[in-house]
Design a protein around this ligand. Structure first.
Ligand SMILES: Nc1nc2c(ncn2[C@@H]2O[C@H](COP(=O)(O)OP(=O)(O)OP(=O)(O)O)[C@@H](O)[C@H]2O)c(=O)[nH]1
Ligand SMILES: [Mg+2]
Ligand SMILES: [Zn+2]
Length: 373
């Protein structure tokens, strides 16, 4: 495969836009491909339709306007990335086989801006290179993603999920409502429905969880209380997971893998003790893994992160999840109010009057400051 394969692709009719497409050149250049390799031609086809043809190195515009490699559907297999093995990916093909796959370099090049060319949950096309080996040739457009905004850009964790199960522990590790707000922002940014799951309720007096339950239910979030040890709430969790694609996220040691084992004992996921000294989990799960549920649906078990830091969150983005701020936003004195230090800020006034919970406002400030939790 030394030689670059050139592919002639037809672009979809381009929304009444007739002139040259500046985006193409920019995009391709930013991928480090020499633009002189991209002679272009345009022609008018029959019936007055304008079609656009360009000879490019195997890239085409996807339905969502993202750039994609053109691959021969007959020479490749469709599948789904089920695990990241560090240097390779495990792909489960639609014809029910498993392949250990590398990634074609151009796929990485095209994804440069996103940092993660391939993630668990991705729909891909691969060419077979051995009995159980292959090469990922293309990643299909994604929907429903979970990522963390970090200083170095977006760090994508998983793709193509409908909902995210945010797991916190009532105790051990310590219950931290602020963390939930961080996970809620990630869900909001990725367009996935969040569900808040409080595990280990056997360890506390349920009365202590009431204020918190009230707060988030009032904001309209689906919440559930579970205990793996007491087998409490497991049936409800199963109903929530059934026929959906769910990523399970939360700190290390909160019981993500334990919950999935309770839902489907056959999974036999490794679980670990919460270490005595640090009261933190030991990162028992080390890689995200996509697992099929035998009652319908898929789940992705993820490794807990020690610190869930979010960077570069704009006030407007944060306000997306701080729903209770909304009635006040338009009444702040300054239209660009960040609701942190400004005078005449109606959000701050609402906090003073207990119309907005102080814990949520503090959480908002921490997130804007990119404070570690
Ligand atoms: N008391 C109590 N302990 C639980 C419960 N669920 C899980 N645990 C314990 O919590 C510890 C951590 O569970 P894991 O399932 O490994 O946690 P995890 O979230 O998958 O952790 P990482 O894989 O490191 O991210 C284990 O010792 C479990 O037995 C529960 O409902 N109650
Ligand atoms: Mg785990
Ligand atoms: Zn304000």
């Amino acid at each position: 495969m030394g030689k670059k394969k050139k592919t002639r692709v037809q672009f979809r009719k381009n929304r009444n836009h007739v002139g040259p497409q500046p985006d193409l050149t920019r995009k391709v250049r930013s991928d480090g491909v020499d633009s002189t390799e991209l002679p272009s031609s345009e022609r008018v086809s029959g019936k007055g339709d304008l079609s656009r043809y360009r000879t490019i190195i195997g890239v085409e515009e996807g339905e969502d306007g993202q750039w994609q490699r053109a691959v021969d559907e007959n020479q490749t297999l469709a599948g789904r990335v089920t695990a990241n093995r560090g240097t390779s990916f495990l792909v489960h093909t639609d014809d029910q086989r498993n392949f250990d796959c590398g990634v074609r370099r151009v796929v990485n090049t095209l994804a440069r801006e996103q940092r993660n060319a391939v993630v668990v949950g991705d729909r891909v096309r691969l060419t077979q290179s051995g009995p159980a080996e292959g090469v990922i040739e293309r990643v299909e457009p994604r929907h429903g993603t979970l990522s963390r905004k970090t200083r170095r850009g977006d760090h994508l964790l998983v793709a193509n999920v409908d909902q995210v199960l945010i797991v916190v522990a009532a105790a051990d590790p310590q219950f931290k409502p602020n963390l939930i707000d961080r996970y809620l922002i990630s869900a909001e940014l990725g367009g996935v429905r969040p569900i808040i799951c409080v595990n280990k309720v056997d360890l506390v007096d349920p009365v202590r969880l009431q204020p918190f339950l009230g707060l988030y239910s009032q904001l309209g979030y689906e919440m559930l209380l579970v205990s793996v040890t007491q087998q409490k709430g497991i049936e409800r969790l199963k109903r929530i997971l059934r026929h959906r694609e769910t990523v399970v996220t939360g700190q290390s040691g909160v019981g993500k893998s334990s919950l999935l084992n309770a839902v489907q004992p056959g999974m036999k996921l490794a679980t670990g003790e919460v270490s005595e000294e640090t009261r933190k989990g030991r990162h028992t799960t080390s890689n995200a893994t996509l697992l099929e549920l035998d009652f319908g649906g898929w789940v992705v078990d993820t490794p807990g992160v020690r610190q869930f830091q979010l960077s570069n969150i704009e006030p407007a983005e944060a306000c997306g999840i701080f729903r209770e701020f909304r009635p006040y936003l338009s009444r702040c004195k300054f239209s660009s109010c960040s609701h942190t230090h400004e005078s005449g800020c109606q959000v701050k006034q609402a906090v003073d009057r207990d119309l907005i919970a102080l814990t949520r406002y503090e959480s908002y400030l921490k997130i804007l400051n990119s404070d570690p939790e």
